[in-house]
Write a protein that binds this ligand. Structure first.
Ligand SMILES: [Fe+2]
Length: 252
C-alpha cells in the first residue's frame, strides 16, 4: 500500500486490516508547537477480537456515538489498553460506556494521570508477558531502556501485526505545515523514514543494550506489518521497517 489515505479518513470508523483486527483513525488533536503555535496530530486506535468474541482496544481514541455503535456490533468491549503513560486520555470515556471492561495501566500512567488531574480508574497492570485473557492471540513485552517512558508493545499473532503507540512515529510531509515539516524531519519522524522522536531516543543513553534486547525479541516475532498511533502505518515489510527504524540502537 503506497499511500494510505484510506487509513485516515473517515475518522472514528472501523477499518479492517486483517481478520479479527481493525484500526480507527481518531480525531486530529492539536499539539503544542514552537513559537506558541500548535500543529495537527493524528491519532489512531487498534481493536482485536479475541477467540471468545471479546474486544481488546489499544490506545482508545476520542469516541463518538457512531463509533460506539459500530464497536457494539463487533462484540463486547472487555479490555481497554493504555500502552504508555502518554496514551490514556480517553480510557475514562470508554470505561464509562463499557463499565465491565478492564482498564489496563501502563508503567507510570497512574502517576501521570494524577499529575494532570485526569481521573481514570485502572483495574490491572500490564506486565512483561501477556495475561491469560489474550495470551493466545497477542504477545507483549515492556520496551525497556528509557529513563523517561516505558511502552508495552503487542503483536497480533494471527496477522503478524506489531502494534505500537509512540515507539515509531511516521508523519507524512504533505499533512504538515512547513515549519512542522522541518521539525519532524529533524526529529526523525517524517515518512517514509519514521522512527522514535529524537527527544525520546535521547532518554535511552547509557541503556541502549536493554532496548536492543527488546528489539531482538520483537524481530523474533517476524512482524509483517506495523500499526502506529501517529502517522502512516507500515502495511508491508514490517520486520525490515522495524530493523530500519531502530538502527539508532546499533552499537557504534
Ligand atoms: Fe503518542
Amino acid at each position: 500500500m503506497a499511500r494510505d489515505t484510506a487509513l485516515y479518513e473517515p475518522i472514528n470508523t472501523l477499518k479492517p486490516i486483517a481478520p479479527g483486527l481493525w484500526i480507527v483513525d481518531g480525531p486530529i488533536v492539536r499539539m503544542a508547537a514552537p513559537l506558541g503555535t500548535s500543529a495537527p496530530f493524528p491519532t489512531r486506535m487498534t481493536l482485536a477480537r479475541l477467540p471468545d468474541g471479546a474486544l481488546w482496544c489499544h490506545s482508545p481514541v476520542a469516541p463518538d456515538a457512531a463509533l460506539f455503535e459500530a464497536v457494539d456490533a463487533l462484540g463486547p468491549v472487555r479490555h481497554l489498553v493504555s500502552p504508555n503513560k502518554l496514551h490514556y486520555a480517553h480510557i475514562a470515556a470508554w470505561k464509562l460506556r463499557y463499565p465491565q471492561a478492564i482498564a489496563w495501566a501502563s508503567p507510570g500512567v497512574r502517576e501521570r494521570a494524577a499529575g494532570q488531574r485526569i481521573e481514570v480508574h485502572f483495574d490491572a497492570e500490564l506486565e512483561d508477558a501477556a495475561p491469560p485473557a489474550w495470551a493466545g492471540t497477542l504477545d507483549q513485552l515492556r520496551f525497556k531502556g528509557s529513563r523517561a517512558i516505558e511502552e508495552v508493545v503487542f503483536l497480533h499473532r494471527p496477522s503478524a501485526t506489531l502494534i505500537l503507540a509512540d515507539l515509531i512515529e511516521n508523519f507524512e510531509a504533505d499533512r504538515l505545515a512547513t515549519p512542522m515539516r522541518w521539525i519532524a524531519r529533524l526529529g526523525g519522524v517524517l515518512a517514509p523514514d519514521g522512527k522514535m522522536p529524537l527527544d525520546m531516543r535521547l532518554t535511552y543513553l547509557g541503556h541502549k543494550a536493554e532496548a536492543r534486547a527488546c528489539i531482538e525479541r520483537m524481530l523474533g516475532w517476524r512482524p509483517q506489518r506495523i500499526v502506529l498511533a501517529h502517522g502512516r502505518c507500515f502495511m508491508e515489510h514490517g520486520e525490515a521497517e522495524l530493523r530500519r527504524a531502530f538502527a539508532w540502537l546499533s552499537p557504534l
